[in-house]
Design a protein around this ligand. Structure first.
Ligand SMILES: [Zn+2]
Length: 376
C-alpha cells in the first residue's frame, strides 16, 4: 500500500464534500493544552485548590471531568470558573491564534471541498480562520458567548470577563491582581449565579444544530471524513466516522491511532492514519497535494508564519533566561567550598551538559524555523 500521506492526498483530490471532526489535539499547536493528554487539564486537575465541599472534591478526584459537569455546577459554580478563568480571559484577549492545521480547513473551503466542520473544541480557533460560520457546528458550544445555565439568557461578554477577573480567584498563581477568595457572579436576568461561557457541561444536552447537521450529512452526502486531534471517546460526536457510508474513506490525523474500537481499521484500504503533530501532518499533506505555494501566499499563511516567528522569539527568550540562570549556578558552584573537589567536578560536568543541551535545542529550533519553514 502507498504511504499514508500519499493515500490521504489521493482521497482529498477526489473528494468533494468533506466532513471534518475536530478535537483538542488540533489546538495544541496553538498553545492550548489537550485536556485528555498527559499534562492536560484532567491529568493535572488539583481538586484541593478549588473552592468546593469535601464531597465535591472527592467527586472531582474520582472523575476529573466532574469539574465541568452539570452535577457540580448546579450546586457550586466556583470550581468551573476557577479552573477556566485563565482560559476564558485568554480567549477574550485573543491570546491564542489558529495554527496551520486550522488554516488547512479554510484551504479545503476555498477549494470547494469542505462541507461541514464538526468541532468539539470550545476555543473557537477554527472560526478565526475565515471559515464560513454556517459550515461549522460547535458540538460542545463556545467560549466566545456568555449565557446563564439556569435561565438561558445571554450576557455581555466584556462585562462577564471583567466580573470574572475581579470575582474569581486565580488557582494557577499567575495573576497577582486576582482576589484571594472567589465570589459567585450573579446573572443580571434571574439573579442566580449561573453565568458562564455557553459551552456544554457534561450531563447537559448538545445543541440542536449538531443533530440536524448529522442527519443532513450522513450517510450519503459526505464523501470523505477527516478526524483531527480527538481521542474519539466522547459520545455522540465520536459516532461521526461510523455514520459515513461503508466505502467512504476516513483519515485520522492524531498523535496516536484512535477509533479502532469503533470499527476504524488502518490496515484496510478504507482508513488512513497520519500520526504525529497535526500541524506537521497537514504541512505534509499540503506538499503532497501541491497546495503549499497557494496556501502560503494567502494572508492566512502569512499570519501563520508571523505567528511562528513570534513563538520562536518567545522560545528563544525563555531559553536565554534558562542559560543565564545556569551560568550563575555554574559560577557559584565553581567557587563554592562546601563540597570537595571531586564532587564539585561531577556537579559542574552535569551542569555543563545541561548547558550544551540548551544550546543544541536553540540550534535545532533555528534550523527548524529558518532552514525548513513549515510552509515551503
Ligand atoms: Zn440567569
Amino acid at each position: 500500500m502507498a504511504a499514508a500521506t500519499e493515500r490521504a492526498a489521493a482521497a482529498l483530490q477526489t473528494s468533494q464534500r468533506v466532513a471534518v471532526l475536530l478535537g483538542a489535539g488540533i489546538s495544541v499547536g496553538s498553545g492550548i493544552p489537550d485536556f485528555r493528554s498527559p499534562g492536560g487539564m484532567y491529568d493535572t486537575l488539583r481538586p484541593d485548590l478549588l473552592t468546593a465541599t469535601p464531597a465535591q472534591r472527592a467527586l472531582m478526584a474520582r472523575d476529573p471531568t466532574a469539574v465541568v459537569s452539570w452535577t457540580i455546577f448546579r450546586e457550586n459554580q466556583l470550581p468551573y470558573l476557577e479552573l477556566r478563568r485563565p482560559f476564558i480571559l485568554g480567549i477574550n484577549e485573543g491570546r491564542w491564534k489558529p495554527s496551520l492545521a486550522h488554516y488547512f480547513l479554510q484551504e479545503l473551503q476555498d477549494r470547494g471541498k469542505l462541507h461541514r466542520c464538526y468541532s468539539q473544541n470550545i476555543d473557537g480557533l477554527e472560526l478565526m480562520t475565515g471559515l464560513d460560520r454556517s459550515r461549522v457546528v460547535t458540538c460542545h458550544g463556545s467560549l466566545g458567548a456568555i449565557s446563564c445555565e439556569f435561565c438561558g439568557k445571554p450576557a455581555d461578554r466584556d462585562w462577564f470577563t471583567s466580573a470574572l477577573r475581579s470575582s474569581i480567584r486565580d488557582i494557577y498563581g499567575t495573576d497577582d491582581s486576582a482576589p484571594k477568595t472567589s465570589t459567585p457572579i450573579s446573572c443580571p436576568a434571574c439573579g442566580r449565579p449561573g453565568l458562564k461561557p455557553s459551552t456544554v457541561l457534561y450531563g447537559r444536552s448538545l445543541p440542536g444544530d449538531f443533530f440536524e447537521a448529522m442527519e443532513a450529512d450522513f450517510p450519503s452526502t459526505i464523501d470523505l471524513v477527516i478526524v483531527v486531534g480527538t481521542s474519539l471517546t466522547v459520545s455522540p460526536a465520536n459516532q461521526i466516522p461510523c455514520l459515513a457510508a461503508r466505502d467512504t474513506p476516513r483519515i485520522v490525523v492524531n498523535m496516536e491511532p484512535v477509533g479502532e474500537d469503533l470499527g476504524l481499521d488502518f490496515a484496510s484500504k478504507r482508513d488512513i492514519f497520519l500520526g504525529g503533530a497535526c500541524d506537521d501532518s497537514f504541512a505534509n499533506l499540503l506538499r503532497e497535494l501541491g497546495w503549499s505555494s497557494t496556501f502560503a501566499s494567502k494572508p492566512a499563511g502569512e499570519r501563520r508564519q508571523q505567528h511562528q516567528q513570534h513563538q520562536q522569539h518567545q522560545q528563544n527568550a525563555e531559553q536565554e533566561v534558562a542559560i543565564e540562570a545556569l551560568l550563575v549556578k555554574i559560577k557559584d558552584q565553581a567557587r563554592s567550598k562546601e563540597l570537595g573537589l571531586g564532587a564539585r567536578r561531577v556537579l559542574l560536568s552535569d551542569m555543563l551538559d545541561s548547558l550544551r543541551h540548551l544550546e543544541h535545542e536553540i540550534d535545532a529550533d533555528q534550523w527548524l524555523y529558518e532552514e525548513q519553514p513549515l510552509l515551503n
